[in-house]
Ligand binder design. Structure first.
Ligand code: MG
Length: 394
C-alpha cells in the first residue's frame, strides 16, 4: 500500500475534523447545524441534507440555468457549453466524492457546492465587474458571496414564518468564506461567521473543487466553441499535452476529440487526488486533530501540492490569455457591460420602472443597492429582454 493511500485512510478516521451533522458535545462551542429561526429536527433528514433540499428548491438555484458561466449562447454557438447550473452540479459531484473520501461531512460539502455560485449576476464575470463598477461610483460595491448570503437570508421567500431559507450556520459561513476571508473591522454585520478563523475543511474544499472543475471544463468548452485550438493547447499547456500524448500512445486510432477527453479526465483526476493527498499531508504535519485546529491553523489546509499548483496555475494563465480575454469573448463582455451599466443608470434615475417588490426595498437599501439586487438576480435572457424594452421605450 502506498504512502498516499495510507495518509488518506488516516484522515478518514479523523472524524473530529469534520463538521458534525448535529450539535455535538465535544467540538466547537457554536453549533454549526443551528438555524437563525429554530426548527424542530427532522425524523430522518440531517440538517445539511435539509439544506441541500432548500437550495435545490430555491428560485435562485433554478436561475443558474440561464446564467453564463464563461460562454454566452452567442459566443459558443453550441448547445454543449456549461451554464452556471451545470458547472455547479459538476462542482457538487467532485466536492461530495472528495469530502466523502476524506471522511469529511459530504452533505455539507455538497450543500456548499450547490449554493456557491447563486450570487452571480447575469453575463458571468463581465456582468459582475460592470455591476461592481456602477456601484463603486456611489461608494458601494458588488461581491457575489455577500450577495449569495442576502439571497439565502432574505430574498428567497418560501416560509410563512420568516424570510430566507433559514440555512444552517455552517452553510451560511461557507457561502461567504469559501473563497475569501472578510475582516471583522470591515464587516461587523458578519460577526457570527467566525471572522479571523479559517472555515471548516468542507468549505475550504469548495474553493479548490471549483477551480479544478472549471479549469478542465473551460478547456473542453473552449475547444468545443472553436476558440481554443487543440494543437495550441497541447503545445502551451504541458499538463494537458503530456496526458494527451499518453492517451495517443494508448489509443493510437482514437479521434482527437476523444484523446482530448481522455487528457481532461486525467487532469481532473490527478488534481483531485493531489488535493486530497495534500490535505491529508497538511493535517498530519500540522497535527490537526479537531475542527478547532482547522479553524486556528495559520493558513487554509485545502490546497494543491506546489508541483500541481504550478501546473494548474500555468494552465489557468493560458486560459486567461487565450480564452477569457480572447477577442471572441471580449465582444460579449463589452455587450454585457453596456447592458448592465445602461440599465443600472436608467433604473436608478427612474426607480418607478422597477417592479413593485423591488421598489419597496428602496427605503431600507437605497436605490442603488435595490437596482443592483434586481439586476444581479436576472438570467442572461431576462436582462436581454429588459434591454430590448429599454431601447424601444427611450
Ligand atoms: Mg463556481
Amino acid at each position: 500500500m502506498s504512502d498516499s493511500t495510507n495518509s488518506l485512510e488516516t484522515l478518514a478516521h479523523a472524524q473530529s475534523i469534520a463538521v458534525p451533522d448535529a450539535a455535538g458535545n465535544d467540538l466547537s462551542s457554536a453549533d454549526l447545524s443551528s438555524r437563525t429561526h429554530p426548527e424542530p429536527s427532522h425524523p430522518y433528514r440531517y440538517p445539511f441534507v435539509r439544506d441541500i433540499g432548500r437550495i435545490l428548491h430555491a428560485k435562485a438555484f433554478r436561475r443558474l440555468a440561464g446564467k453564463t458561466q464563461v460562454f454566452t449562447r452567442r459566443a459558443a454557438e453550441s448547445d454543449h457549453s456549461r451554464s452556471r447550473l451545470t458547472h455547479t452540479l459538476e462542482v457538487a459531484q467532485i466536492a461530495r466524492t472528495t469530502a466523502s473520501a476524506l471522511g469529511l461531512n459530504a452533505s455539507l460539502a455538497e450543500a456548499l457546492a450547490l449554493v456557491h455560485d447563486i450570487g452571480h449576476p447575469p453575463f458571468g464575470h463581465a456582468g459582475e465587474k460592470a455591476l461592481d463598477e456602477a456601484l463603486k461610483k456611489h461608494g458601494l460595491g458588488f461581491d457575489h458571496n455577500l450577495h449569495a448570503l442576502r439571497i439565502v437570508t432574505s430574498f428567497e421567500e418560501r416560509y410563512a414564518a420568516f424570510r430566507g431559507l433559514n440555512l444552517t450556520l455552517a452553510v451560511r459561513e461557507g457561502i461567504i468564506k469559501h473563497s475569501h476571508d472578510y475582516s471583522a473591522e470591515d464587516h461587523p454585520e458578519l460577526s457570527e461567521y467566525f471572522l479571523g478563523q479559517r472555515p471548516p475543511l468542507e468549505a475550504q474544499l469548495i474553493d479548490m473543487t471549483d477551480e479544478i472543475a472549471y479549469l478542465t471544463a473551460d478547456i473542453e468548452d473552449g475547444l468545443g466553441a472553436g476558440i481554443l485550438d487543440l494543437a495550441q493547447v497541447q503545445d502551451h499547456v504541458p499538463f494537458f499535452g503530456d496526458l494527451y500524448q499518453a492517451a495517443e500512445r494508448e489509443f493510437p486510432a482514437a479521434a482527437p476529440r476523444l484523446l482530448a477527453n481522455e487528457a481532461l479526465k486525467q487532469m481532473l483526476n490527478s488534481m483531485v487526488t493531489d488535493l486530497m493527498q495534500e490535505i491529508a499531508q497538511q493535517i498530519r504535519t500540522q497535527r490537526i486533530e479537531t475542527l478547532e485546529d482547522v479553524r486556528r491553523a495559520p493558513q487554509r489546509l485545502a490546497m494543491l501540492s506546489p508541483e500541481m499548483e504550478a501546473k494548474r496555475s500555468q494552465a489557468k494563465s493560458y486560459l486567461f490569455a487565450n480564452l477569457y480575454l480572447s477577442p471572441s469573448l471580449e465582444v460579449e463582455h463589452t455587450h454585457a457591460e453596456q447592458i448592465v451599466q445602461t440599465l443600472f443608470a436608467a433604473w436608478t434615475d427612474d426607480p418607478e420602472l422597477l417592479p413593485p417588490d423591488h421598489q419597496a426595498r428602496i427605503p431600507k437599501e437605497g436605490v442603488q443597492r435595490a437596482v443592483a439586487d434586481y439586476i444581479a438576480g436576472m438570467t442572461d435572457a431576462f436582462i436581454e429582454q429588459a434591454w430590448l424594452r429599454h431601447l424601444q421605450n427611450r
